[in-house]
Each structure stands twice: as structure tokens, then as C-alpha cells.
Design a protein around this ligand. Structure first.
Ligand code: FAD
Length: 651
């Protein structure tokens, strides 16, 4: 339910003030429509603001083409809903019910006027939001989903629409009401997505629906933006508000749903200004409207896959299907990506019983089933509490024997007191059952292995950071969004700093002097070594790993170079490779993983890397010479490029 807009039924109708109408007159032009003429067709862009001077405009049922509602728009009222701000599509057709005169203003000119006249802006946005809310209440959208509970593709579309607050109608395949029967007949009694009157989408995807609703990039690809914001979580949306309010031409690109992680939270209580809490989706939606009001555009679902800087200093983002969007500056707010569990067929069943968020939509799927939540952090706790309202029973599966270290105390107490929730300690989910939809899971716990029938599994095991730079990546790749995150960052710093010191110390002992390149390379040795282990070890182990890495990697550099008689280019292997292998082995040595898993993974990666390296070398060699000049080769790259002998201080 849309909670931002007022209830249109009870909302007091206030005509636009005379001075606001006069301002619209100055930038608009008059248009006339004969009775029965369409003012806006279904799916056409909301590219103009329409104010009624005379006559009547009615909402048309996209299916029957009859008048849809008793109420209509008359003189002093205006057309449109919240999608106008983002140049969305008309999702309800509008028609002149009698000869009608309107005043019409192009969208951008209207936004500009709204920015200048805040009272007008508030008035228009209040009405637009109320109309969006009304569309949810009427449940008669032109986008109809059939059988979302039986088809993963339709369910993905439902998730996209629901998380982006776009009205849609969800119908059961076996529904007996006339709307369900008509839609199911059109879709040949198969799960599907219907757009408008009669278009059944082939292979439905969120992207195709977004294209229909004008939410993707088609209309704004050509522009050079002042700011391109990657990610539509709270950080991205906040940036979108500030960029827009400063008059910058900004575009936010989001690959899933505006709201990010926060959009999956049913209640945020620690955000200033909301003493009784607010759902994450509501919070970010308010920001999105605020940003759109200032002219910032949102495009979704699109993924930014790469960024390049052009010679003129501008940045171009390459999107998932090769499209390019360019901007003078880029803000990356990509937050985190959910961790997956190493269980067979998990990916296959995602959207078909396996979920990573517990919102209204997922809760509906739990109505007649037991729900299983994996994880012992606050996200898992909040999800369990939320799902216990709808699910038959909620089972929280925790690897450890307590929640004390990972979950807030108040939440643990709420879980323990809830009769609808059982916490399974020292337990893991080891297998998933079901063909096209999840039907059950296997638990492996203190009482042995047993199966449980369930159609809903929630994986809430934290997240891993994206795009946080090389150093951040080393620490970030192992993060969970809880106390483990802080620990992984801490151990990464400890290992990097310690390796830097031991590298310098070892050089000093051997050669009487430490080098700057050596100190920096020591940091990298510490980072490379802790990377595989950062999610598993504590500070003392990190100290040990870093201390050994500084010496081990330095010796590896010397050994490989002296033995293979190749210059410093092989540092990359001696530091990153040897460091990474060492860190992987230390996971087993410190008892945080099995020897078989660590050594086995090293063997697989080793073979893969060797083969790919040989292929790459051969390909590169065929294209470009691989050797530097003889002089540089003799002097060494360290001396030629950095002006300092890196590791051979004795020479
Ligand atoms: C269940 C739950 C409950 C929470 N409760 C609270 C709470 O009560 N209080 C609190 O303070 N915090 C809470 N949090 C944490 C809070 O939601 C996060 O700290 C916040 O969302 C982080 O915002 P962000 O914008 O940095 O990143 P995110 O919210 O992670 O958003 C990043 C966005 O970027 C998008 N993206 C990623 N890569 C790309 C790409 N290449 N191209 C385009 N888009 C991309 C993602 O799809 C995502 O939407 C909760 C989190 C969860 C999951």
C-alpha cells in the first residue's frame, strides 16, 4: 500500500490558486478535444501537464474501453500521476467525455515552474501521490500478472513492480472472478504478464515491463548528464536529491529496485525524523519523489557493467546490453550484494521459493507454508519476526550455538518469545528439494539429518561489498553486513600493516636498509594473504598471517627471480599468488576450514590459472611484442620505471 499519498476519496479537493493558473498560462498552450477523443492513450509518455479549462476528461478501462470510474476531471483540475515526474507512461487511458478545452505544458517546463513555485509543486505532488495510491487501492492496473506463485519469471516481474511501487494486478491461474477468467483466457491459462488490453508478453522480464512503462533508458540516452548515479539505495537516492536540488542534470541507474537493501526492511527505527519508525521502502520512495521533483531521472532495471573515462574528462558507463550513458561526474553507490549459500540448485530455485528479502510480497508466498530463514544476524531476525505474522511457522537456522555475537539482544529476546518461531542452533541447510519450485529443505543439526517441507527459504547471511576499490575489495569481499564486517576490515588492516613492517624489517636485516617499494609491496602481500581468510580469522591470526606474509612473499620474489632469472614482473605471482595461497592454507591451519576444501580449491584454481595464463600469453604475443627493450630488461623495470632497485638492496 502506498503510504505517502493521501486517500483520494477523503482528500479535500482544492483548485489550483489563480496565480498558479496564470503562471501555467504563460508557459502553456490551449488545446481542444471533441467528445470521445483520446487525451492520453495507454502506454503513451506522460510528456505534458494537462490542466482542464472547460469540459470533462474521464478515465477509460483499458479492457472494455468503457468509462472506468464515476469520478472524472473537470475545470480547475489537472491530469497525471506521480509517474509524470519521471516521464513514465500513462498507465490508464484518458478521454474527453464532452467537448473539452485544456491548457498543456511540456513536462520539463512544468518541472521548472514547480521548482520556482514550491506551493504549486506541493499541490501537484500531493494530488499525483494520492492518485498513485488510488491505483493501488482500485487494483485495476493495465499490468496484469497471472500465476506469479507458480512461475519464477512472473514472480521476478512481480518483485520488480512491487519493490518499485508500480501498480499491477496479480491474478491466480485458478481464480474464478471475471477479471481472472478473462486474463487467463488471454494468456491461454498459463502464467504470464499482460500489458494493456491484449498484449501478452513473451518470456516476461522486469526489463520488458520497464520498457513498456518507460522506466528504462530509451528516452534519456542521448544526454550528457552532469551527474550519473549508479545504485538506487538510500545513498544513491540521497545523492539524486542533492544533485537535482543544486540544478544539476542527474540520472540514477538502478539494477533491481529503488530502495536497495533498505527497500527490503519492514521497519527502520533509527532514522532521524521518524520517531515511530518507517518502512525502508517508504523512506526511500519519499527521497525518490523529492529527487524527481527536482528533475533527477531514474532508470531501471539497468546494470552498469563498466566505466571509462574519455579523453575530454567525461565518464561513460556501459550498461548490461551495451548501451552507453555519459556524464561529467559519476557517483557509485552500489552498496552490497547478497551472499549466496553453497547449496546445489540454489540459483535455479531463486524466485521459486528461495528469497533474499522479506517484504510484503514474499510474506504473501508464506501464507500456507512453513518458512525457513537462514542466518543469525539482525536481518534474519527482522525477517523471521515479519514472516511469523503470515507463515504457518518460521524456522531460523543458525550455524553457531548462540545469537549473542550476531544479533541485537532485544531482537533475540523477541524471537525466543514468539511461539511462531523456532531457532535451530548448530544447524545448517544442506539440500533443497523440489523441481520447478522449492518443496522442502534438508537440515543437518545436532539430532542428525532430517527433511522439512517448505515452499519458502530466506537466505539472510549478510552481504559482500561491491566496487569499493582494491584495498576495500580485499577486505570487502569477505564481509557480512554485521559485526563480521567490522572484523574483516580490522583483520585486513592488521595483516596489511604487519606485512608491511615485517617486509621492511626483513630487508633491513638482510641488506641493512628498507626500501619504499618494499614497504608498499609488503602491504600488498599482507592484503593478498588475508583476502581469502578475512571472513574467518580474528586479529591475532591476522597478525600472524601478515607477519609471515611479509617475509614469505619477499623470499618468494627473490627465489622466483633468482631461479627463473626473470625480472620483477613475476612479483605479481610471488606477492599475490604466494600470498593468496598462503592465506588459503592458513584457513585450514587455523581450523577455520577443512584441509580438503582449501587444498582442493587451490588445485582447481591453480590448473585454471595456468591454462588461462598460457592462453592469454599466446594471444598477447600474437598481437604485440611482450618484451621491453634490452636496456630496460637488463636494468630492470623497478629501476627504469621507479628509479629504485626494489628487492636487491645488496647490489
Ligand atoms: C533487512 C534489512 C534491514 C535493515 N534495517 C536497517 C535499520 O533498521 N537501520 C539502518 O540504519 N539500516 C538498516 N539496514 C541497512 C541499510 O538498509 C543499508 O545500510 C543501506 O541500504 C545502505 O544503502 P546504500 O545506498 O549504500 O546501498 P544499498 O542499499 O545496498 O543500495 C545499492 C543499490 O545499488 C544497486 N546496484 C548495485 N550494483 C549496481 C550496478 N552495477 N548498476 C546499477 N545498480 C547497481 C543495487 O541493486 C542496490 O539497489 C537494513 C538492511 C536490511 C537488508
Amino acid at each position: 500500500m502506498e503510504t505517502f499519498g493521501d486517500d483520494l476519496e477523503t482528500m479535500r479537493r482544492v483548485p489550483l490558486a489563480d496565480e498558479h493558473v496564470a503562471a501555467i498560462c504563460e508557459i502553456g498552450r490551449e488545446c481542444s478535444y471533441a467528445a470521445g477523443e483520446m487525451v492520453a492513450e495507454l502506454g503513451s509518455p506522460m510528456d505534458r501537464f494537462v490542466y482542464v479549462l472547460e469540459g470533462e476528461i474521464e478515465v477509460v478501462d483499458p479492457w472494455s474501453r468503457e468509462r472506468l470510474m464515476d469520478s472524472s476531471l473537470g475545470p480547475t483540475q489537472f491530469m497525471g500521476e506521480i509517474g509524470f515526474l519521471n516521464a513514465g507512461a500513462n498507465i490508464l487511458p484518458m478521454r474527453a467525455a464532452k467537448p473539452t478545452r485544456t491548457l498543456e505544458v511540456p513536462r520539463l517546463a512544468m518541472l521548472e515552474l514547480m521548482a520556482r513555485v514550491p506551493e504549486l509543486s506541493d499541490h501537484v505532488i500531493r494530488v499525483f501521490s494520492a492518485r498513485r495510491r488510488r491505483q493501488f487501492e482500485l487494483n485495476n492496473s493495465a499490468v496484469k500478472l497471472i500465476g506469479a506463485d507458480q512461475d519464477a519469471a512472473v514472480q521476478k516481474v512481480e518483485q520488480f513492480l512491487s519493490r518499485n511501487r508500480i501498480p499491477f494486478q496479480s491474478l491466480d491461474l485458478d481464480g474464478s472472478d471475471s477479471a481472472s477468467i478473462a486474463a487467463c483466457t488471454l494468456a491461454e491459462n498459463r502464467p504470464g504478464v499482460i500489458l494493456g488490453k491484449d498484449r501478452v508478453l513473451d518470456d516476461p522480464t522486469p526489463r520488458k515491463v520497464a520498457q513498456y512503462l518507460h522506466l528504462d533508458l530509451d528516452v534519456c540516452r542521448e544526454t550528457l548528464y552532469d551527474v550519473l548515479i549508479v545504485g538506487g539505495g538510500p545513498a544513491g537516492v540521497a545523492a539524486a536529491v542533492y544533485a537535482g536540488s543544486e540544478g544539476l542534470c542527474a540520472l540514477a541507474i538502478e539494477d533491481t529496485a529503488i530502495g536497495g537493501q533498505a527497500g527490503t526492511s519492514s521497519r527502520i527505527e533509527n532514522y532521524m525524523g521518524f520517531p515511530t519508525g518507517i518502512s525502508g521502502a517508504d523512506l526511500v520512495y519519499r527521497g525518490q519523489i523529492q529527487a524527481m521533483k527536482f528533475g533527477t531521472r531514474f532508470a531501471m532495471p539497468r546494470t552498469v557493467e563498466a566505466l571509462v573515462r574519455r579523453d575530454d574528462g567525461t565518464f561513460c558507463a556501459r550498461l548490461d546490453d551495451g548501451d552507453e550513458v555519459c556524464a561529467k561526474s559519476v557517483l557509485v553507490a552500489t552498496g552490497v550484494q547478497y551472499r549466496r549459500l553453497p547449496i546445489d540448485r540454489l540459483e535455479e530455485l531463486e524466485g521459486a521459493g528461495v528469497f533474499y528479502a522479506a517484504t510484503d510480497m514474499e510474506a504473501r508466498f508464506c501464507r500456507n507454508t512453513e518458512a525457513v530463514v537462514i542466518g543469525g544476524g539482525n536481518s534474519a531476525g527482522q525477517a523471521a519476526m515479519y514472516l511469523s505474522r503470515t507463515a504457518k511457522h518460521v524456522h531460523v537456522v543458525v550455524r553457531g550455538d548462540s545469537l549473542a555475537a550476531s544479533m541485537s539482544n532485544y531482537l533475540t529476546r523477541r524471537l525466543e518469545a514468539d511461539p511462531g518461531i523456532t531457532i535451530h542452533y548448530n544447524t545448517q541447510v544442506t539440500a533443497l528439494k523440489g523441481e520447478s519450485h522449492l518443496e522442502g529443505v534438508t537440515f543437518d543439526g545436532p539430532a542428525g539429518t532430517h527433511d522439512m517441507a517448505t515452499r519458502a527459504l530466506f537466505v539472510m547471511i549478510g552481504a559482500a561489498m561491491l566496487w569499493v576499490g582494491w584495498f576495500g575489495f580485499n577486505g570487502g569481499s569477505q564481509l557480512a553486513a554485521d559485526g563480521g564486517a567490522a572484523m574483516a576490515i580490522t583483520v585486513t588492516h592488521i595483516s596489511a600493516a604487519t606485512a608491511s613492517l615485517t617486509w621492511a624489517l626483513w630487508e633491513r636485516i638482510k641488506f641493512g636498509k628498507a626500501s619504499l617499494v618494499g614497504i608498499v609491496t609488503g602491504t600488498i602481500a599482507g592484503l593478498a594473504s588475508i583476502t581469502p581468510a578475512s571472513g574467518f580469522v580474528g586479529p591475532w591470526a591476522a597478525l600472524l598471517i601478515g607477519a609471515v606474509a611479509g617475509i614469505l612473499c619477499q623470499e618468494a620474489v627473490v627465489l622466483i627471480r633468482n631461479k627463473a632469472k626473470i625480472d620483477d614482473t613475476l612479483d605479481v605471482f610471488a606477492v599475490h599468488g604466494v600470498g593468496g595461497i598462503f592465506g588459503t592454507i592458513m584457513i585450514a591451519a587455523l581450523g577455520a576450514g577443512s584441509w580438503a576444501a582449501q587444498l582442493g580449491s587451490l588445485a582447481i584454481v591453480g590448473v585454471y590459472t595456468s591454462v588461462v595464463t598460457v592462453v592469454l600469453v599466446l594471444v598477447c604475443k600474437a598481437i604485440t611484442p611482450l618484451r621491453v627493450s634490452k636496456e630496460v630488461e637488463v636494468n630492470g623495470l623497478d629501476l627504469s620505471v621507479h628509479g629504485e632497485r626494489a628487492y636487491d638492496l645488496s647490489s
